[in-house]
Each structure stands twice: as C-alpha cells, then as structure tokens.
Design a protein around this ligand. Structure first.
Ligand SMILES: Nc1ncnc2c1ncn2[C@@H]1O[C@H](COP(=O)(O)OP(=O)(O)OP(=O)(O)O)[C@@H](O)[C@H]1O
Length: 257
C-alpha cells in the first residue's frame, strides 16, 4: 500500500508543484496519471522514489514514511521502485542482455556488476524477462541497434528484473508512434498484472489512459482534481481535468487490433 497524506512540494524557486495530495494506492493497481503539461504528473511520481522530495506531509510505503529516508534507506527505496523514462536510458554500447542485467545492480553490488559477475540465476531471470517482452532473440545485440519501441521494451524487462514492488513510468510512450506505443503499453500492463506490481504511468493521451488504466488520477496545478476507476471516466472528466474542451491532439489513436 502506498499512501500520500497531505503531501505538498514547493520547489526552491517558490513554485508549488504539489498541493495537499491525499491518495491511497493498493498493491497491484495500474494507475494512469493525466493532466496538462506542468500539472505536476512527473513531480507526483518522482516523489515516490524521492527523485524529488516533498516539503510537507507523509508519503507511506507499507506504513513507512519514505520522506524521512536518508542514504541507505534511499538506496533500498530505489531498488523497490523501478523507473521507466521517456528516453529509455539504456547504455547504447552494451548488449541488450547486459542492459537488462543492470536491473540487478541494487541487489548484486556495483563492483561485481561492473566486472560482469552476475549470478547465473540473474542471467536466467534477465533472459526470461526479455522473452516476456518478445525480444529474447536480441539479447546479444547492441542496445542502440534496436528500434525505439524495442528499446523501451528492454527498459521494461530491465525494470522487472530489478524485482521492484512499484513501477513508475514517466511518459513511457511519448516518443513512439501509435502502433508501437500500444505494443509497449500492452507489455507493461500485462507484466505488471502478472507480477502484481503497483504501477503509476504518466500519459498525456486520453484514449491511452482510458484503454490501459484501472484507475485514473487527474492533476491540475498540482492538485488532484479527479480520482476514480476508469469505468467512471468520460470525456467530460478529461475536460474538467484539462480545464478546456478535448482536442484531436489529446488522442493518440492507432490501436487497430
Ligand atoms: N526543479 C524545478 N524547479 C521549479 N519548478 C519546477 C521544477 N520542476 C518542475 N517545476 C514546475 O512544477 C510544475 C509541475 O512540473 P511537472 O514536471 O511535474 O509537470 P508535468 O505534469 O509532469 O508536466 P509535463 O507533462 O510537461 O512533463 C511545472 O509548473 C514546472 O514548471
């Protein structure tokens, strides 16, 4: 269970990124966070692995307030919370498999990992996860030889190889074309359900949000303005979250299956 209790974040320049956020997120939920650019979506999910630190309130993971964490606890937190970025952040010159193995860094220790001394079961786990995203045959290819969509699927394999409890995905499909975006979102959702991972994904396309979310959280100016199951979401909900009528640009389209 992940719980925000009256969480606010004021950036050093005085800008309020988050305002009195109260949320309870259950294990295994697949949540899509939506809102206009600047609404605070990245700030919200980055608070969960302390890439940014809220300035007041409590953020509890399994009952522990992670806002109090310092060095050692922070390292543990970052092993527990896997992150997927828009620009997959793979090491270009390394093989796909080595990139996925990097997910074990927090468990294996930096020295052993740098020397490539991964336990055999970690290599097996990495291969298994590459196969789960359908690119096992690319294991020994250099990461930069893969397409953008394949690289993003490698980053999903890397994050699950880390064996986290929570996945945070910050606009994971923003630089992909529509069909590829759907492939990546389907892989992410399927794997997070199979492994019962709590997942928060920031997306700005409302059709994607509706297609993949169990629950949608809508942010506006750092505040939660909607929180409910996807079954309760209509176009009007998005108009309220965005504070304007829906436009064609808000839709990705492209899932013809
Ligand atoms: N380090 C910072 N210092 C000051 N203000 C910041 C900082 N980071 C973000 N902000 C501001 O906080 C607000 C929320 O930013 P955030 O990146 O969380 O929004 P977002 O909803 O993820 O937007 P986008 O979709 O454009 O990424 C914005 O107004 C942004 O300009």
């Amino acid at each position: 269970m992940l719980e925000f209790k009256d969480v606010s974040l004021t950036y050093p320049n005085g800008h309020q990124g988050l305002k009195n956020i109260n949320l309870k997120i259950n294990d295994g939920e697949f949540i899509v966070v939506v809102g206009m650019s600047g609404a605070g979506k990245s700030t919200l999910i980055r608070s969960i692995n302390r890439l940014v630190t809220p300035t007041s309130g409590e953020l509890l993971i399994d009952g522990e307030n992670i806002l109090k964490y310092k060095e050692k606890d922070l390292r543990k937190l970052r092993t527990k919370t896997g992150m997927i970025f828009q620009q997959h952040n793979l090491v270009k010159r390394m093989s796909v498999l080595r990139n996925v193995m990097a997910g074990r860094l927090g468990h294996t220790g930096t020295m052993r990992s740098l020397l490539g001394m991964f336990p055999q079961e970690d290599v097996k786990l990495a291969m298994k996860n590459l196969n789960r995203v359908g690119i096992g045959e690319k294991a020994y290819t250099r990461a930069d030889q893969l397409s953008g969509g394949q690289q993003q699927r490698v980053s999903i394999a890397r994050v699950v190889t880390q064996k986290p409890k929570v996945i945070l995905a910050d606009e994971p499909v923003a630089s992909l074309d529509p069909p590829t975006s759907h492939v990546v979102m389907k892989d992410l959702k399927r794997i997070s359900k199979e492994d019962n991972l709590t997942t928060l994904v920031n997306l700005h396309f409302i059709d994607m949000a509706q297609e993949y979310a169990d629950r949608i959280i809508g942010l506006r100016d750092g505040e939660v303005v909607f929180d409910g199951p996807v079954s309760e979401v209509t176009d009007k909900t998005f108009e309220e979250i965005y504070g304007r009528p829906i436009k064609e640009d808000d839709l990705l389209g492209g899932d013809d299956e």
